[in-house]
Design a protein around this ligand. Sequence first.
Ligand SMILES: Nc1ncnc2c1ncn2[C@@H]1O[C@H](COP(=O)(O)OP(=O)(O)OP(=O)(O)O)[C@@H](O)[C@H]1O
Length: 272
Amino acid sequence: MSASLAERTEPVAIPPPVLDNVPVPDDVVVRNLSIAYGAAAPVLRGVSFAVRRGETVALIGANGAGKSTLLKACLGLVPPGAGEVQVLEQVFGGRALRRSGPREALRTIGFVAQKHNLVLRLSVLSNVLHGFLAQHPGPRCWLQATAPAALRQRALQVLDRVGLAHLAARRADTLSGGQQQRVAIARALVNAPRLIFADEPAASLDPAVGEEVMQIFTRTSRETGTTLIFTTHHLDHARRHAQRVLGLKAGMLVIDAPVDRLQREELHGFYD
Ligand SMILES: Nc1ncnc2c1ncn2[C@@H]1O[C@H](COP(=O)(O)OP(=O)(O)OP(=O)(O)O)[C@@H](O)[C@H]1O
């Protein structure tokens, strides 16, 4: 890890993964990131943190604190005004993601939005096959009737992971909101991404279904070793499903701590 991150809080309890005695580099490194939209006041101010491979991280903060902007910067959709974002260092050869091109990014990074953006008139299976778009452009690969057998098989496997293989042939608009969000998770997982960003994945769901979706999400990412960074307003989700919590307040990172060291009061006081 870079020496320039030495000043960041160092509370991460999880030891870095080691392959053949060589520590694996962090999946996400954000250094002194500041972003302003146009001439407005900065939305992010000097944010620095690093996320290790396989970690599950909750990003919390009040409305307008800058959570989505931070995710967009990590996805290369918003350029840093100052500072630097590195994502999946080895894959991108140490270059900042914004210089790597969106297609390359899509292959190794999954994204799940608050609104699932499924194609509602298509089947569940076709929607999951859409996850292959970056790898296999062209309609032959993302329609269930014409997709190669190997891709269909893979899509069915991930549907099974989220408990929906039995609904593969159903039109997406006949599913409940929770089931649709599980399809969106399957679509994100189908490329076996190393890293998933999720922007309030349970926000539009009722508490029971939201909890179920978060459980499926964190279990599948744990089982597949996928690094997961999700934003949430549900402190319970952060506590139950993340290993570590990042807290943004007015664009500044004011919490960076393993969840088991955070006091309940500290989290609740955060929104005061
Ligand atoms: N494209 C944009 N152009 C101008 N201002 C923007 C843009 N996107 C976000 N902002 C502003 O940046 C600030 C932070 O927004 P952002 O969406 O990152 O916050 P957030 O923490 O994700 O909020 P929420 O929890 O409400 O989704 C807000 O004041 C917002 O109005």
